[in-house]
Design a binder for this molecule. Structure first.
Ligand code: PLP
Length: 455
C-alpha cells in the first residue's frame, strides 16, 4: 500500500492548495479568500463539527483542485485567470454530511476491495427514506439499484421505444435527457411550456397535439430541472392520464425530489390516486442531489407494475462500488438532520437571490423556484444589448446563449450553463446553481451586476 495515498489518487494536496490560490479563490475578494487560507485545514481535518446544533454552510468549502466538474472543468476552456466561479454544474459546494465521511472512513479501515456481497443496507435506506419523508410505500424487491439515473433511463428508453419511436419532453428540461435519448438511439420531441405570472405551465393543447402514435414514452421531471417546477398532484394526474390515453409510458425522473422549497410539496408519481396511471409509469430517483453524492454512483428505479419493471430490467445492468454503497446507505440512515439544515439554507439562498436580482439586475427576469437548487434566468435583454444573436456565428459559438456564456466568463469570471441546451424555451436563458455559501453567491452576483452595468 502506498504510504501517501494522495500520490496515487490524482488528488494532490499541494496542488489543491496551490490551485485554490490560483483560480477562483485567489481572484476573488476577501470573503472567499478566507476559504483559500482554510483549504489546508479543510483538506487535513476530517469530519465537520456542529456548532450550537448547526452545520456550517456559511464558510466556503474550497473544491478547487479536487478534480470536480463544477469548479475544475470550465477553466480548461478559457485563458488562465479568466474563469473564476463555477456556477453551472448541478452539484453542491457544502462539505458533506459527517455521517458520510464517517462511514467511508470506517470502511477504508478494512483493506480489501473485492466484490461486494449485498446492497441490502441501500435498499432498506431507500424504502425508509421514501416512506418516512414522502409517504410512498416501496417493496424492497420492486426496486432496481442503478449506478445513476442515466443508466436506468437509457434502459427504459430502449425497453419502451421501438425503432422509429420517439420520446416526448416537456421543455425547457434537463439537457441530459437529450444525451440519454441519443445513447438509446431515440429521437425526441419538445413540448414547450408557457410562462404565466412567473411560473412555467404545461401547454396542454400543445402537449396533447404532440402525443402522436410514434411517441412511446414521455419524461416527467419532478421537480423540473432547470425551471424548478414542483408539479402538483392535479398536474401529474393530467399528464399521466393523457399519456395513458395515448399509449405512452411515463418515465418519472424524481432525482431532485428532496430539494423542495418551503410551501411546496413533492408528490411521487407512484403515489397518485389512479392505479392505471401509476401502473403505466417507472420512477427514477437517487439520493445524490440531496447529499451531493453524484460521484458515488448510486441511483434506483421502481414501478408499481412488475411487468414494466421487468421490461426495463432486461436492458439494465448495474456496476456498483463498495464505497458508493457505504456512503449512500449512511446518508439514508443518518443524514436527515444535515439535509434539513442544508435545504433550509438553500431556501434562504433562493430568497436572497430573488431579492438581489430585483434590486440590482433590472434587465434579468427571475422568480424563486419551487424546487431544486438551480435557477433559470431570463437574460434575453442583456443578450440583445451585447448583440448575441448577431455575434454568435462569427464568434463560432453553437448558439447566442453560448456566446452569452462566454461573454459573461470574460466579463465577470462567472460560468453558467447556456439555456439553449434545455430544449425549446431555453432561448434567452442561462441556468445558475445557487448551492454555495451565501458569501460566494453574493460575490458571484456582484460580479455579474458589474458586468451587466457596463453594457
Ligand atoms: C433531472 C436530472 N436527472 C438526472 C441527472 C443525472 O443523474 P445521475 O447522475 O444519477 O445519472 C441529473 C443531474 O443533474 C438531473 O438533474
Amino acid at each position: 500500500m502506498p504510504k501517501n495515498p494522495d500520490s496515487n489518487s490524482g488528488f494532490n494536496r499541494r496542488s489543491f492548495i496551490k490551485g485554490a490560490g490560483m483560480t477562483a479563490l485567489a481572484g476573488a475578494a476577501g470573503a472567499v479568500a478566507t476559504a483559500s487560507t482554510s483549504a489546508s485545514a479543510q483538506s487535513s481535518s476530517s469530519i465537520p463539527k456542529l456548532a450550537n446544533g448547526k452545520y456550517d454552510f456559511d464558510t466556503p468549502y474550497n473544491r478547487v483542485g479536487s478534480n470536480c466538474a463544477r469548479w475544475d472543468s470550465p477553466g480548461l476552456n478559457y485563458p488562465a485567470g479568466v474563469f473564476k466561479y463555477g456556477m453551472g454544474v448541478a452539484s453542491i459546494d457544502f462539505e458533506c454530511a459527517p455521517c458520510i465521511t464517517e462511514a467511508l472512513a470506517e470502511r477504508t479501515n478494512h483493506h480489501n476491495w473485492g466484490y461486494m456481497s449485498s446492497t441490502q443496507p441501500l435498499r432498506d435506506g431507500i424504502v425508509g427514506w421514501n416512506g418516512e419523508r414522502h409517504g410512498v410505500e416501496l417493496d424492497p424487491d420492486s426496486i432496481t439499484i442503478a449506478s445513476g439515473v442515466y443508466s436506468g433511463m437509457i434502459a427504459a428508453m430502449r425497453a419502451f421505444i421501438p425503432a422509429a419511436g420517439k420520446l416526448l419532453l416537456v421543455t425547457p428540461v434537463y439537457s441530459g435527457f437529450y444525451t440519454m435519448a441519443r445513447n438509446a438511439h431515440v429521437a425526441t420531441v419538445d413540448s414547450q411550456m408557457i410562462r404565466k405570472n412567473g411560473r412555467y405551465e404545461v401547454n396542454w393543447k400543445d402537449l396533447e397535439a404532440k402525443m402522436t402514435s410514434d411517441i412511446r414514452a414521455m419524461v416527467v421531471c419532478n421537480p423540473q430541472n432547470p425551471t424548478g417546477n414542483v408539479w402538483t398532484e392535479e398536474e401529474l394526474l393530467r399528464m399521466g392520464r393523457l399519456a395513458l390515453e395515448h399509449n405512452i409510458v411515463v418515465l418519472s425522473d424524481e432525482i431532485h425530489s428532496d430539494v423542495i422549497r418551503s410551501g411546496h410539496k413533492y408528490v411521487p408519481f407512484a403515489s397518485l390516486p389512479d392505479r392505471a396511471v401509476v401502473n403505466n409509469s417507472v420512477s427514477f430517483n437517487a439520493i445524490s442531489k440531496t447529499f451531493n453524492m453524484a460521484g458515488m454512483k448510486n441511483a434506483y428505479f421502481y414501478s408499481k407494475s412488475p411487468t414494466m419493471l421487468d421490461r426495463v430490467d432486461q436492458y439494465h445492468h448495474a456496476e456498483l462500488s463498495t464505497l458508493g454503497v457505504a456512503a449512500n446507505a449512511a446518508a439514508y440512515r443518518h443524514g436527515a438532520e444535515w439535509f434539513d439544515q442544508a435545504n433550509a439554507y438553500l431556501d434562504e439562498n433562493h430568497t436572497f437571490m430573488e431579492n438581489y436580482i430585483k434590486q440590482n439586475m433590472p434587465d434579468v427576469v427571475y422568480t424563486k423556484n419551487e424546487g431544486t437548487f438551480m435557477t433559470f434566468l431570463d437574460v434575453s435583454k442583456i443578450m440583445t444589448s451585447i448583440g448575441a444573436a448577431e455575434q454568435y456565428i462569427a464568434a463560432e459559438k453553437a448558439s447566442p446563449e453560448y456566446y452569452f456564456r462566454d461573454w459573461l466568463v470574460h466579463n465577470s469570471g462567472v460560468y453558467l450553463n447556456p439555456g439553449s441546451v434545455y430544449g425549446a424555451g431555453g432561448e434567452g436563458h442561462v441556468r445558475m446553481n445557487l448551492a454555495s455559501s451565501r458569501m460566494v453567491l453574493k460575490e458571484v452576483l456582484d460580479s455579474m451586476t458589474m458586468a451587466f452595468n457596463k453594457v
